[in-house]
Ligand binder design. Structure first.
Ligand code: C5P
Length: 301
């Protein structure tokens, strides 16, 4: 009798940072953060299946995604089986819906999805605490991709605490043809802000506005400390940002380390008409709701 193929698919969301407060570099080179993450409705689907060796592939080829042992999804799979002292391997297949090198943590979503999928594939019953810790070792944004919703991120971003968010919003996600390197943006931040504080403050006004669900206020309080560095490295973003503001969204924001720009809308029809307008003018953009759930199983076979 042929053994059935075990296969699990997990969907994980993109993230944005409604507030990204960045401090001066720590001894390990990472930057202390006080950030408010929100998961938004752009997703990568990661399928894992029993295999003799670890490997990773994409359902459609995309430049900039490594397909060897450097891929963060393979590192995630290996880390989880090593944690359990097992010698197992899987074929990982990624269907990408999150922009690559866009500042939306697509790689982190793949790692989070792989952790959950590998856990379910072999019924490893990893505790949430261990999953979050292993996620944090893989990358600063990986624990949040497991959690989803809206959360405060501290440490280098890996320490996540869910916060109440009664807002229900639409983001117009404006893509760039070229990516930006996260380390390069942080390095330039250090040049521009040599006196950055060691302990960036939690944005309490934004936390309160989210708890109340006041979209106007949320829009006015959106903030990203990496914006000056990103727009220095990519001066074209300055003009794009100005064009987006003219359309009158509730707020405009650089996503993470960029170069993706975000427009906030409470009303989906207004968001749709902004997408239509921008598309006609040659921009590449899409729409995504927020907040949405973190990594979750969608197929189990
Ligand atoms: O943790 P992650 O692998 O996502 O980080 C990618 C890069 O971004 C790091 O190597 C570092 O250059 C930069 N980074 C940082 N401070 C953070 C998060 C990321 O300097 N809090």
């Amino acid at each position: 009798m042929v053994e059935p193929t075990h296969r699990v698919t997990v969907r994980a969301p993109a993230k944005i940072n409604l507030h990204l407060g960045v401090g001066g570099p720590r001894a390990d080179g990472f930057h202390p953060l006080a950030t408010i993450y929100q998961a938004v409705g752009l997703y990568d689907d990661v399928t894992v299946a029993d295999a003799p060796d670890w490997s990773v592939g994409l359902t459609a080829p995309i430049d900039g995604v490594p397909l060897d042992d450097d891929n963060i999804a393979i590192r995630a799979g290996r880390a989880l089986v090593a944690h359990h002292g097992l010698d197992l391997a899987a074929r990982i297949t990624i269907a990408k819906g999150i922009p690559v090198m866009g500042g939306m943590a697509g790689g982190s979503a793949d790692a989070a999805a792989t952790l959950l999928a590998v856990d379910r594939l072999w019924d490893l019953q990893t505790s949430d605490e261990d999953l979050l810790r292993i996620a944090g070792e893989l990358g600063s944004d990986v624990p949040f991709a497991l959690l989803g919703g809206t959360a405060l991120g501290t440490g280098r971003g890996e320490v996540v605490t869910p916060i109440p968010d009664r807002s229900s919003v639409w983001w117009v996600v404006v893509l760039s043809d070229e990516g930006l390197s996260t380390p390069a943006v942080y390095r330039h931040f250090d040049v521009l802000a040599p006196d950055a504080v060691a302990d960036p403050p939690v944005p309490q006004a934004l936390v309160d506005a989210l708890a109340e669900g006041y979209t106007d206020e949320v829009g006015a309080l959106l903030h990203n400390d990496l914006w000056p560095a990103a727009r220095d490295l990519r001066p074209d973003l300055v003009d794009v940002e100005a064009q987006l503001r003219i359309l009158g969204p509730d707020g405009v924001l650089l996503s993470g380390s960029g170069p993706t720009l975000l427009m906030l809308y409470e009303d989906v029809e207004e968001a749709r008409s902004a997408v239509a307008d921008l598309t006609e003018r040659g921009f590449r953009c899409t729409i995504a709701p927020g907040p949405v759930a973190g990594a979750h199983v969608v197929t189990y076979a």
